[in-house]
Design a protein around this ligand. Sequence first.
Ligand SMILES: Cc1cc2nc3c(=O)[nH]c(=O)nc-3n(C[C@H](O)[C@H](O)[C@H](O)COP(=O)(O)OP(=O)(O)OC[C@H]3O[C@@H](n4cnc5c(N)ncnc54)[C@H](O)[C@@H]3O)c2cc1C
Length: 511
Amino acid sequence: MSLPDQPFDLAIIGAGINGAGIARDASGRGLSVAIIDAGDVGGATSSASTKLIHGGLRYLEFYAFGLVRKALAEREVLLDIAPHITWPQAFVLPYADGMRPVWMLRLGTFLYDHLAHREVVPGSARIDLRSERAGRALDQRYRTAFRYWDGWVDDARLVVENLKDAAARGATVLPRTPVARAERVNGLWQLSLADGRSIAASRLINAGGPWAEDVARRVMGLNDAPPLRLVQGSHIVTRRVHMGRDAFMLQQPDGRIIFIIPYEHDYSLIGTTEGDVSRPEDATVSAAEVEYLLAAANRYLARPLTPDDVVHRFVGVRPLILESGKDDKETTRDYRLVDHPGMDAMTIVGGKITTYRVLAEDVMARIAPKSKRWTADAPLPGGAIERAPNGLRRENGQAAFKRWLDQLTARESNYDPKLVKRLAMTIGAPAADLLAGGLGRNLGGVFEAELDYFKANEWAQSSADVLWRRTKLGLHLDAAAQAEVARWFGEEPAAVREIPAGHRFARPSVD
Ligand SMILES: Cc1cc2nc3c(=O)[nH]c(=O)nc-3n(C[C@H](O)[C@H](O)[C@H](O)COP(=O)(O)OP(=O)(O)OC[C@H]3O[C@@H](n4cnc5c(N)ncnc54)[C@H](O)[C@@H]3O)c2cc1C
């Protein structure tokens, strides 16, 4: 892709959720934007999260009311603007002997219900596990629980959705292009890209996630780089532990909690761990972590999991604000925007998937204070589905999506309804045109037209981009089908099986 000679208003290093959200917001306010990532867009932390849009019930214990309130309010916004890749998710939090008392669970869930406005997300309730379907998954000694609600999001797709909208509004998106060096020359930032190209920009934002300190220090040459605390978190994917829709939030004797979440219909996602790492590249799912997660789940499950039930695993690195004297679970999950005075540059530190949109608004309030907020009620591309009037208000995104999906399934009755649903819950609104145009050759559970679509519209350049990030088909397709996808991208098919995505947390070399 050839790059324009004139400087961009804004260059962003890092196309994780924070960079992507800023790129979208800034493009929509009329700024010319370039966003550059060393690897696949969303290929690092933003595809390795627990995928919850949550206030964080457990952060109430640390009196993080401001963060929890901000994040809770975002649940309704994200459920509305990205209904195809989000949904309200119920969590069952059992009372366990020797852990937090019932009154504390009741108080926590009560506060959680009332800290922010709710429209789509239901309220919490105390439940009797002996008469609930969720109770069947748990050992009989667990009788009392609280059911509360948060949101679920496909994190990797949320990144892509933001970038698609940014690109539609004029942004230049450059994946797989490490920024080797960024220097101030005559009042502009000059970015030298590892492929030999360069771009100029009036302002630079470092959204390097766990590499933000390294980018500030080594790539931008700044000596006021904000210190980060890097905390790795691993997840395992197992056979599904129960067929209900509830997820579980399970207290552990070490004071931590783990989640078991229904995942990709046939599976459960279990996470996460916490352990300091000194470099993001050092993060890897250890055998001890798998053992910890299995033991943590088995403390509650009626039918214990074994290592043979683990079908996939992935690790991510939380880029947290360094707070001395606090341990991993106490360290804030909030973000900080660090200005580099006189440099027209900013480094983003910390944050959550949940708060990416308000983070982008805060960035814009600093760099374009006269421009207007616009993203809270502007659906992302896949969520751009017509909303029917609902009395004096418009229909919410979740209801509109359900109605649209029913209509689409009826209209496209030649296709298996499960396939229609899968495509609709992947790319959203554009699925209508994709289906109408015909899907082409079936490569064993994925169609050629899908691959064309991901390549042409979503920057997919490899089988892993499609199998593990644009979709999670890597969990469902057999080896032959995965090899077909690899061949379609011109790769050696063997590579797909040898590197199950996300075992290691790596960024392609910047040097
Ligand atoms: C285990 C775990 C579970 C989590 N669960 C949740 C959750 O359930 N809900 C929630 O809200 N949040 C959750 N989070 C937090 C959330 O995932 C992160 O805060 C968020 O993804 C960080 O996004 P980011 O854009 O800052 O970083 P990243 O997604 O890591 O993006 C940074 C990007 O910068 C790029 N980059 C770095 N250096 C360069 C360079 N020199 N040139 C070009 N590009 C470069 C990298 O390639 C990378 O893609 C979780 C995090 C972890 C680790």
